[in-house]
Ligand binder design. Structure first.
Ligand code: SF4
Ligand code: SF4
Length: 279
């Protein structure tokens, strides 16, 4: 049986909010009987764009993570709902707008904070994966269609095919510890859950401080060499996808014609170690 999934590439999201606005366009003031009541104009974020900032000036990166309902296989909201939330055979988790009337407590059942309370309609609501459109033959929901960078992809696939894509594209899920088996997968999630060590290499040559391009920078932990890189034409280097709070690291710098340099640091979160001067 094929089921719907979303694949979201964090590196491609530029925070344009087209997904968010297209969700509003599709659901605000529109009643989709059997699917969901109209979404309020303000307050609800059925696809919620979260932001993560890493590093320190001037070595900073900012990333965005669109976050809809995960359409979980083992959904805590379903367990809490007494029958008002169900999972369809095609994988979409739906809140029945009639049966769920008055059940405000359901907004606390989702570990992803994906359920919103509609005061005017007296119902909990969330992303429906635009099921009313998919049931009419649409190949993708509105937010996926609206994304200008293809950061969002809708994939209708069976478990075997999805497992292949998961491995081939190195996908991850949010909050794996919640064991909800999401149907929404993320690419490049390291921008949210991993950190980097970065810096610059420079030297004082005849009274002029200049950046050093092509210096070999090696990252070690204890005596183990983890990886190495060359500085770019600004003298910058970056080691990414390191675990937070992962202990002590050593950075060694070598450049022909200059003395070697070494820096030791304790990594808690993304760190710009600044400029290492070779002279
Ligand atoms: Fe339910 Fe939350 Fe999972 Fe969506 S993400 S299916 S609302 S538990
Ligand atoms: Fe909104 Fe549809 Fe996208 Fe869900 S799939 S966030 S309901 S536009």
């Amino acid at each position: 049986m094929k089921k719907w999934h979303l694949i979201i590439d964090v590196e491609k999201c530029v925070d344009c909010n087209n997904c968010f606005m297209s969700c509003k366009d599709e659901h605000v003031d529109n009643d989709w009987p059997g699917y969901t009541r109209p979404q309020p104009r303000h307050g609800h974020r059925w696809i919620n764009i979260m932001r993560a900032e890493r590093g320190q000036y001037p070595l900073v990166d900012v990333s965005y993570r669109p976050t809809p309902c995960m359409h979980c296989e083992d959904a805590p909201c379903i367990h809490a709902s007494k029958g008002s939330i169900t999972k369809r055979a095609d994988g979409i988790v739906m809140i029945d707008p009639v049966k769920a009337k008055g059940q405000q407590e359901l907004i606390n059942a989702c570990p992803y904070q994906a359920i919103w309370w509609n005061q005017e309609q007296d119902v909990p609501q969330k992303c429906t994966l635009c099921a009313h459109l998919l049931d009419q033959g649409w190949k993708q929901p509105r937010c996926v269609q609206a994304c200008p960078t293809s950061a969002l992809r809708a994939v209708c696939a069976d478990d075997t095919e999805m497992s292949r894509i998961y491995t081939a594209e190195k996908l991850e899920v949010l909050k794996p510890e919640a064991n909800t088996q999401p149907s929404v997968f993320y690419k490049n999630l390291y921008r949210f859950n991993k950190c980097f060590i970065g810096g610059s290499i420079a030297a004082n040559q005849k009274g002029i401080v200049d950046c050093i391009e092509g210096a070999k920078v090696t990252l070690l932990q204890g005596k183990d060499k983890l990886t190495e890189t060359l500085t770019d034409n600004f003298g910058d280097f970056k080691f990414d996808q390191l675990a937070e709070n992962s202990g002590k690291y050593v950075i060694q710098v070598q450049m022909p014609g200059f003395p070697a340099a070494e820096v030791t640091l304790e990594l808690t979160s993304s760190k710009n170690i600044g400029t290492i001067y070779l002279s």
